[in-house]
Ligand binder design. Structure first.
Ligand SMILES: *[C@@H]1O[C@H](CO)[C@@H](O)[C@H](O)[C@H]1NC(C)=O
Ligand SMILES: *[C@@H]1O[C@H](CO)[C@@H](O)[C@H](O)[C@H]1NC(C)=O
Ligand SMILES: *[C@@H]1O[C@H](CO)[C@@H](O)[C@H](O)[C@H]1NC(C)=O
Ligand SMILES: *[C@@H]1O[C@H](CO)[C@@H](O)[C@H](O)[C@H]1NC(C)=O
Ligand SMILES: *[C@@H]1O[C@H](CO)[C@@H](O)[C@H](O)[C@H]1NC(C)=O
Ligand SMILES: *[C@@H]1O[C@H](CO)[C@@H](O)[C@H](O)[C@H]1NC(C)=O
Length: 499
């Protein structure tokens, strides 16, 4: 054979093998995010109060990720989920994107939806965005999604879909780029579930489906139809009772969506990913992170240890508990690679083999954040890294926290706490202390501070922080722009800058 014919022959064989292996078809991906769901807010982690049978079933039929980390608040987790890039590389180190900020996930970064779309996926989002909206370019349908049905800011009322920010109030709900008020009065978990079901039902199977489903539940305000609250009449704490109802409503929605995937014939080749965005904000008295320390807004395990599951028929090892180190920034590489894309320049790793075959994690460290805008705490104890700056870094089993720590107690399950949880009563940290070192593998509750006993580890971690600090971009956290005011735009929140 001449080399040309030989080449064609090889090509033909490849195509034949490629096409005959239908199990190689890229899976449908349903990526579910729950907002502010705590470690102790799913049934499978043992809460005696919260009932999440559908999520528990996903966990039983799939793989639980028990060394998996997220960021302690919304925008940071979502920006890393969608871009695979650390906050120190996007300028989004500080806080969340506030409704009146001219800020967003930098347009230079492709999103997971951009990548999956270029790999042939149909891409849809229903739920919360919170990655910028001051100009249309920052909104979901301009960032790789074929459709968007949901809200652009970080939180709002669950029934009216109205959002109030200081003196500004308006509707924040969209059907693609069109304001949508027809869901007024309908509970968010129902609205997003129905939309997800209709996306699944009308999906053309000639393409794989990417459905991003960032639920509003269980974020405050604590609101739920009484039907769900009444299921938990035995819970004494009112906030915990409503919260349990909110978790149950979302859980029911997840059950409905899996049923629809089955009845639509998509289920056999579907991967479900479930994650929270951060731990529970225990100050509200609804969510809970027991037995972990801290909560939302903190880098203690209660703020950043994720609730993570991969499930669906794509997973062949049901019931496995996985302990490979993983971070929310890894989903980008993991999912785009699974979808047939080549490895891609992000801060994350392709974790697929570590999740499904327990291959040693390629990830050895996590740079959670270095936030030079956070109010400094105390004097620096080190010349290597300024420890008055709020930062958090994980290396193998160790985690170091510097600067201000926030709520540092162990909030018990709300109904079991006598008189409720008062975080102020449980502050444990001396006012001048600004370094904590923990071995979170041996001490997941972060009860043994190793700062004094392990100075070598502390110095190593501070050196790494100093290196990551050099590698950081400046923080971008602009002042509010009062032209955001919905009163200037027909009572609606949305892109207000057109140039
Ligand atoms: C809100 O409105 C009140 C009353 O009109 C005014 O006094 C206050 O300064 C406003 N606050 C902000 C943050 O705009
Ligand atoms: C949305 O509908 C509610 C109920 O009908 C109404 O009160 C409200 O003004 C509407 N909002 C907008 C922005 O149209
Ligand atoms: C699905 O998409 C394919 C390819 O674009 C098209 O040929 C087919 O008509 C579509 N099917 C339906 C039911 O729309
Ligand atoms: C789930 O489906 C049932 C039966 O159709 C329905 O009654 C319920 O409201 C749905 N729940 C959600 C959260 O969509
Ligand atoms: C899905 O898998 C089940 C069990 O293997 C099989 O019975 C069913 O026919 C499959 N359905 C589709 C649509 O492939
Ligand atoms: C550490 O950072 C804080 C906040 O930026 C600053 O006020 C302080 O001077 C710095 N300390 C040292 C030793 O550089």
């Amino acid at each position: 054979m001449t080399s040309k014919i030989w080449y064609k022959f090889q090509l033909a064989i490849c195509l034949l093998i490629g096409f005959s292996r239908s199990d190689n078809a890229p899976p449908n991906i349903v990526l579910i995010v729950s907002d502010d769901l705590g470690y102790n807010d799913v049934g499978y982690h043992g809460s005696p109060e919260i009932k999440t049978p559908n999520i528990d079933k996903l966990a039983r039929d799939g793989i639980r990720l028990e060394n998996y980390y997220v960021q302690p608040i919304c925008t940071p987790t979502r920006s890393q989920l969608m871009s695979g890039r650390y906050q120190i590389h996007t300028g989004l180190q500080h806080g969340v994107i506030m409704p009146c900020m001219r800020s967003g996930l930098p347009l230079t970064l492709p999103t997971m939806a951009d990548r999956l779309k270029s790999l042939g996926y149909a891409t849809h989002i229903t739920g919360k965005w919170h990655l910028g909206m001051f100009r249309e370019e920052y909104t979901p349908t301009k960032r790789g999604f074929d459709s968007f049905f949901g809200y652009l800011t970080g939180a709002e009322e669950h029934f009216s879909h109205y959002m109030t920010y200081y003196n500004y109030t308006g509707l924040d709900f969209y059907d693609n780029l069109k304001p949508h008020n027809q869901s007024y009065g309908q509970y968010s978990a129902h609205v997003f579930t129905q939309r997800a079901q209709s996306i699944i039902q009308s999906h053309n199977k000639s393409k794989p489906l990417f459905l991003y489903l960032p639920f509003q539940n269980v974020h405050d305000p604590l609101e739920v139809p009484s039907f769900y609250e009444n299921k938990f009449a035995n819970i004494k704490s009112k906030n915990r009772r409503i919260f349990a109802g909110m978790a149950a409503a979302m859980d029911e929605g997840i059950g409905n969506i899996t049923d629809t995937l089955k009845s639509s014939g998509l289920w056999n080749n579907t991967l479900i990913v479930f994650t929270n965005d951060n731990g529970a904000y225990i100050q509200l008295g609804g969510g809970n992170n027991a037995p972990l320390r801290g909560g939302k807004y903190t880098y203690f395990e209660g703020g950043v240890k994720g609730v993570g599951i991969v499930s669906g028929p794509v997973i062949k090892t049901p019931g496995v508990v996985n302990h490979q180190l993983m971070h929310v920034s890894d989903w980008f590489s993991t999912l785009t690679h699974l979808a047939g894309g080549s490895p891609y320049g992000t801060d994350g790793f392709d974790m697929w083999k570590s999740i499904t075959q327990n291959v040693e994690s390629p990830r050895k460290e996590i740079i959670f954040n270095i936030d030079p805008m956070f109010p400094p705490k105390g004097e620096s104890k080190s010349t290597i890294f300024n420890t008055s700056i709020q930062a958090a870094y994980r290396y193998k089993d160790y985690k170091i926290l510097t600067g201000a720590f926030g709520y540092d107690g162990w909030a018990p399950e709300p109904s079991l706490a006598s008189g409720g949880v008062n975080p102020a009563d449980t502050m444990k940290t001396p006012s001048d202390k600004n370094i904590y070192l923990f071995n979170v593998a041996e001490d997941p509750e972060e009860r043994n501070d190793l700062t004094d006993s392990h100075p070598d580890v502390v110095n190593f971690m501070l050196k790494r922080l100093a290196q990551w600090q050099k590698d950081s971009v400046p923080v971008f956290y602009p002042q509010d722009d009062e032209n955001c005011n919905p009163a200037l735009h027909g009572g609606i929140w949305g892109p207000w800058v057109t140039s």
